[in-house]
Design a protein around this ligand. Structure first.
Ligand code: PRX
Length: 649
């Protein structure tokens, strides 16, 4: 049985609950099952769910138990009846000067071709497929094709290098990898294939096949018997018919690796039914995206924002989505606004760093294009500073600028203004209030007590069950899921976001930074431990500390303080610069330029407690020119002085 609401019904469902946001939110947590049962009607089910939420084994939540659905069906097939000839995927590359629109009919055909290739290679429900690709339409086809087959995709950000890729290949153990010869950045070719070959060499797990999309940007030698040319395979399947595999609602749709406090990335595992429903509901309530409209998210498919709001969310919502390869300032700083005008973009989603980059361009570029279609600009991934929010708000003539806060783990926003439920003003510097479905609590990190008063600083936590679309567990590691996220607050089983926050009298939250060693560089979440491990692999590095330091443009940058094994000669500037360059090259080659520290300073000691624990907060404070606070536990005070002097230069 297919539960297929027509668009009018979707609007009806939304309208009947145009309650005040307070009531809407209260109902979502106090009458949880009824609330989400209603949202479940926004998507198609092959078999309707029997139970809305099974939380009999906390903290593991199972959503829409007994239901059978398919993510690709909801993103593509179900729109064929009403909008086959409407744009679905608009691929724009300002690097290769290509613009190509795929209608829902075209997308359906391309996804089936990709699915047929994967099926021929033996990919079945539950098998993993790793996608390591630049921002090309084929990456979207590959993700949707996996969803179609019930295979679990794992997209790895194209900016990651061989070591990062190898750990992900090993953990996900994919049967097939889909990749490409190269990407382009600012006109410069970034080859993918050598990094992929190296990663497969490093990994204990070997994929059976690699599908290569050949953009003819970089020469490469295919590995005989393993590598297949996508174009050659595609033409064999031009009329492919590959039905959607109906999967249980709880069947994993994908894993996505994210950084934590250890060197080993965590494979965030997402279900199918809960994720589909959560994204479907977010379109009207949070984004006010209408079927037939256009969504432009400038993220990358390698990040969670790209999964949810370049690919699945807009397509589930029957919108056209723009997949953009290029920079915001090429050919000039007006390119995004030109696209808004050309494709009548209604909803735009980007990151604060991108806006800070645009701020340096000619402001006239903002008024050059017709932006009348644009309803709102959503920004997420890192703190949105007030001057940047004000600048873009004024530049866009007072259009809504909506800061929203979430994580790879949650898959969709935790905090935002929900203008689709009730119009509310944005407060610059705040990502808004707790969204429906989320029972957000601020707690004291020492006592675990809930902080009920206004303007008290605490850890932002979420009471279980986490709403639909949030992570089910960590891939292959239930224990790590429980220990990492649910056991950090004394005496309570609550999910920790690892972010400090305060809430004002009106329920607006302000995010104050991470409680752990995760840093955020231009909206990219990086683990300092991963970078330290990489730097330590240089033969002349004995010990290193990496911290995130405030940066005007990128929010934060990574800075390294290292002790050399052989420091003779390091009194010379040239020798220090040479070693610094070498260390940066190691990080580039292993993790990718995205993780490269902005500076590597050489010291003779690192500030530690007497028990040997690195005093990262103190290093960070000194590197930012702040007071490091109480240092009574510090072993060797000169270590911090060295850092202060190096920073002063
Ligand atoms: O520290 C918070 C910060 O980014 C972290 C999550 O990063 P990631 O897993 O890459 O997911 C990004 C999804 C948008 C959070 O723990 N963060 C995210 N959004 C905001 C933010 N910090 C401040 N304001 C935000 N709007």
């Amino acid at each position: 049985m297919l539960v297929r609401p027509r668009n009018t019904e979707i609007i009806h469902i939304v309208r009947t609950h145009m309650a005040s946001f307070v009531d809407f939110h209260a109902r979502s947590v106090n009458d949880r099952d009824a609330f989400w049962a209603e949202q479940a009607k926004l998507v198609d089910w092959n078999v309707a769910p029997k139970q809305v939420c099974d939380y009999s084994n906390p903290p593991f939540a199972k959503w829409f138990v007994g239901g059978e659905t398919n993510l690709c069906h909801n993103a593509v097939d179900r729109h064929l009846k009403d909008r086959a000839d409407q744009a679905a995927l608009i691929f724009v590359s300002t690097e290769t000067d290509q613009e190509k629109t795929y209608t829902y009919r075209d997308l359906h055909a391309e996804v089936q071709r990709m699915a047929a290739i994967l099926r021929d290679l033996g990919v079945l429900k539950g098998d993993r497929v790793l996608i390591y690709m630049p921002m090309v339409a084929e990456a979207a086809f590959a993700m949707l094709a996996c969803a179609r087959l019930g295979a679990i995709h794992s997209v790895v950000f194209g900016g990651f290098a061989s070591h990062s890729l190898a750990t992900r290949i090993e953990d996900a153990s994919p049967k097939v990898i889909v990749s490409a010869d190269a990407g382009l950045r600012a006109g410069k070719c970034v080859p993918y294939k050598p990094l992929l070959d190296e990663a497969i060499k490093l990994s204990a797990h070997k994929p059976t096949n690699v599908i290569m999309v050949n953009r003819k940007l970089a020469e490469f030698t295919p590995v005989p018997g393993r590598d297949l040319d996508y174009d050659t395979e595609r033409v064999k399947h031009m009329d492919a018919v590959v039905p959607c595999e109906w999967v249980e609602s709880t069947h994993p749709s994908y894993t996505l690796y994210t950084s934590g406090t250890t060197g080993k990335p965590k494979g965030v595992q997402r279900d199918t039914g809960g994720y589909t429903v959560a994204l479907a509901a977010s379109m009207p309530y949070i984004f006010e995206g209408q079927p037939g409209g256009t969504f432009f998210c400038t993220s990358d498919i390698g990040w969670v924002v790209g999964h949810s709001y370049i690919i699945y969310g807009p397509l589930i919502g029957g919108m056209a989505t723009i997949l953009y390869e290029g920079l915001p300032i090429r050919p000039d700083g007006g390119i995004w606004w030109r696209l808004v005008e050309k494709y009548k973009v209604n909803v735009m989603f980007s990151a604060p760093t991108a806006i800070r980059v645009l701020k340096k361009q000619d402001p006239a570029l903002l008024s050059k294009y017709d932006l009348s279609s644009l309803q709102a600009l959503f920004l997420a991934g890192e703190p949105l500073d007030e001057p940047t929010a004000k600048w873009i708000s004024e530049g866009l003539n007072g259009k809504a600028i909506i800061d929203n806060y979430w994580q790879t783990e949650t898959g969709w926003p935790i905090l935002s203004i929900c203008n689709g439920v009730e119009k509310a003003p944005s407060k610059f510097g705040s990502p808004g209030k707790a969204i429906y479905g989320y029972s957000v609590k601020l707690v004291d990190d020492q006592t675990g007590e809930e902080l009920l008063g206004a303007n008290q600083k605490g850890v932002l936590t979420i009471e279980g069950p986490l709403p639909p679309g949030n992570l089910q567990t960590l891939w292959g590691d239930d224990d790590r899921f429980v220990k990492t996220y649910w056991k950090t607050v004394p005496g309570k089983l609550v999910y920790s976001t690892f972010d400090w926050a305060v809430r004002d009298e009106e329920g607006y939250y302000f995010i104050l930074g991470r409680t752990d060693d995760v840093i955020n560089v231009a909206g990219h979440r990086l683990g300092t431990r991963e970078i330290e491990e990489s730097i330590s692999s240089h033969p002349n590095i004995a010990e290193v500390a990496v911290v995130g330091v405030a940066d005007q443009l990128k929010g934060q940058v990574a800075m390294a303080f290292a002790i050399a094994k052989d420091s003779s000669g390091l009194t010379e500037l040239a020798a220090r610069l040479k070693l610094e360059g070498e260390v940066m090259k190691v990080v580039d080659a292993q993790l990718g330029a995205v993780a490269r520290p902005s500076r590597v300073f050489f010291v003779t000691a690192l500030p530690k407690t007497r028990s040997g624990k690195l005093l990262r907060r103190a290093i960070q404070a000194v590197a930012e020119g702040r007071d490091p606070g109480d240092l009574t536990t510090m072993d060797d005070p000169t270590a911090l002085q060295q850092i202060a002097e190096l920073i002063k230069g």
